[in-house]
Write a new protein. Structure first.
Length: 268
């Protein structure tokens, strides 16, 4: 695999020049057929030969040139495989450059699919940082908590701030809600939105608080404050709060009247 390493100050500029071309509303092309429980995928033209590709809530961009395709983060191996086939069918061009803007393995990996034709541009620590958690050793300060040596931190082993990660929500107690959006808080360190949920049997309305990631992580995944429109009905899945309050950590968010899935992630 060929690699070229750029310093961190250059990478944002490279991606900005590609992604911030004069931008009209992307014109959707034919989306890929997907199973009802599969990822939502599409390729949309932004302007000229610049395109945006979608895999659920994650997006990347690519530029088609006469010499080949220049693309940003591939998202993951499965999506990169899908893109490679689409590139061959739609544009008959190989990927020549893959530009890595960050190293979140769950939505920036997959570049190995293009290793036969592409040069990779990123930080010198890119390869190690893109490894999935199961392939990475625990950081030294965390490894000290791994009493049974299985490479994972379990609730009984977690202390201090690490314990707080397990304390608020119960990943084994999950629920689905449908309600009307009444409020959005686009705040650090976590964004929240609030739904009025009506009990179908009693008619009683309860306001639920739904936690998301940080606004920065939301923006990286294609979300903005405007993605959540007050008054719309949303279907939400997530882990319930351990204290029994009407709050949850949202892992899937869908607009009911369109079926558009705005957000989907693994539940830790």
């Amino acid at each position: 695999m060929k690699r070229t390493f750029l310093c961190l100050c250059i990478m944002p500029l490279v991606l900005a020049l590609v992604a911030c071309a004069p931008m009209a509303e992307p014109e959707a092309e034919a989306p890929a057929p997907a199973a009802s429980d599969g990822p939502a995928r599409s390729i949309a033209n932004i302007t000229g030969d610049l395109y945006r590709a979608q895999n659920d809530a994650h997006h990347t961009v690519f530029l088609v040139t006469e010499e080949g395709i220049i693309m940003s983060d591939p998202i993951n191996q499965d999506f990169a495989t899908y893109l490679k086939a689409e590139f061959e069918e739609r544009y008959a061009q190989p990927v020549r450059y893959v530009l890595y803007s960050h190293t979140d393995w769950d939505h920036a990996s997959g570049g190995e699919v293009f290793a036969d034709t592409a040069e990779f541009i990123g930080h010198e620590n890119m390869t190690a940082a893109l490894a999935a958690p199961g392939e990475m050793a625990l950081p030294e300060n965390v490894a000290e908590l791994d009493a049974n040596g299985n490479g994972e931190i379990e609730p009984a082993e977690a202390t201090g701030n690490f314990g707080n990660l397990f304390a608020q929500y119960d990943a084994d107690a999950r629920t689905d809600l449908t309600g009307v959006l009444i409020k959005v808080e686009w705040l650090n360190p976590h964004a929240y939105f609030y739904l009025d949920v009506e009990d179908p049997e009693t008619g009683e309305v309860t306001t639920w608080a739904c936690e998301l990631g940080s606004p920065v992580s939301m923006l990286r995944q294609g979300w903005t404050r405007e993605s959540l429109v007050l008054g719309e009905i949303f279907e939400v899945e997530g882990a319930l709060a351990r204290d029994g309050s009407a709050s949850m950590n949202a892992s899937r968010v869908v607009i009911e009247n369109t079926g558009e899935r705005l957000f989907s992630r693994r539940q830790d």
